[in-house]
Write a protein that binds this ligand. Sequence first.
Ligand code: SAH
Length: 473
Amino acid sequence: MDYLPMFLRVHAQPVLIVGGGAVALRKAEWLLKAGALVTVVAPALHEQLQARAARGELQHVAAAFAPEHLAQAVAAVAATDDAGVNAAVSRAARARRVPVNVVDDAGLSSFIFPAIIDRSPLLVAVSSAGAAPVLARQVREQIEALLPARLGALARFMGAQRARVRRALGPWARRGFWERLAAGPVASRVLAADEAGAERALLRELRACELTGAASAAPLGEVYLIGAGPGDPDLLTLRALQLLQQADVILYDRLVALELLQRARRDAQCIFVGKEAGDSGRQERIHQMLVRLALEGKRVARLKGGDPFVFGRGGEELEALAAHGIPCRVVPGITAALGAAASAELPLTHRRLAHSVTFVSGHEDGGALPDWRFFANPQHTVVFYMGVAQLAHIVARLRAAGATADHPVAIIEQATRPAQRVLRSTLGAVAALAAARAVRPPALLVTGNVAAFAAAETLAVLDVPAASAGAVA
Ligand code: SAH
């Protein structure tokens, strides 16, 4: 280990920056964030440094560097593009035992700036000891994606509760309590910006611990109802990934890409709960399983294809959990229509082609019937989910409602996956085409003008050569 990582308190302490360019600006911004009293020594200043100096946020000494400038400093940064000046700053600082950083020169530095993930008060610093700053930044980005944006709020919340917990529990009980708290519903509430709910949950847990002794208190379980997106594993949201990595158990459907399970915790238990044909009791069994696992104290991720609340029965699962008082977090996913629109390059609305869009379930389970006359208007886009088996029926309904035989349609099979197929057709021809090409689920049917959209043709209409397409705004 070439460096000892430390976190230096520079609040209200003088720090010297030599140099007035863009690099100096970046260092000044970090130092100001940490509350340092920044002095910049440079003959001329970058305009943003100038603005900060004008606002009194930092002090500017318009001069060449002289060792006296280090007089009060608790740290110094050399950020000029003149190697001679940087070396002089390094020498003078070392002579006075002032920690010094020379930008991009670890040899002249006694400290280095790490790449930072800021969830204050929680901080993660990454360094390659100057050997590979690009690698350090990549690692920083990967960690950044894993840490919830509100982790700082959680750290503050835990800090604020320390005294209360210390009064209530002995040292043995405390540790287990905090571990469970950081990984359970209390933390989930804080991360979901519900601090009042978090406080109530904390008091409940605290009371349970006091009554039973923390060692034996059953931890509280919870459920994450997560949208897994349309298939491409990279279309998962950051929050979905974060919760997936916390979960003890994962219940997943047929439409969930198996690659996603590899992103879960290594020791997580994965249970397939997908539909087998003709299994009517399945949904009820899923409810029971979710409730049982959560009551055992497990953190359960319920992974659903697309979005849990778009033809996903997520609402029913939420109701079942609420009936048992089990906390649940819902994470939206990219629904199949949005994934398909992007990967097939079919805009769902377009100023010339369509002004509204409806997502419709191809199954009619009774209930209010949709207005097919509205759907028959080609200026309106309709995306039918679960439509393959219903294709002939949908076509007949649209035609009966006034849609013409040349009404554009598209079928997108396996959207966003490597096996994606896009078939363009018309209402009059689509049934025969789907049969001839053996379209299989999962697939979507899109109807309306946008189904005939092709960016290249639009350009042709605009009389712009396709090669210069990039220039067209
Ligand atoms: N909750 C899901 C929909 C579940 S219903 C969502 O928001 O996307 C299942 C139907 O979704 C399938 O029958 C199919 O019509 C559609 N679907 C799901 N994934 C799809 C995909 N990758 N490509 C095409 N259609 C898909």
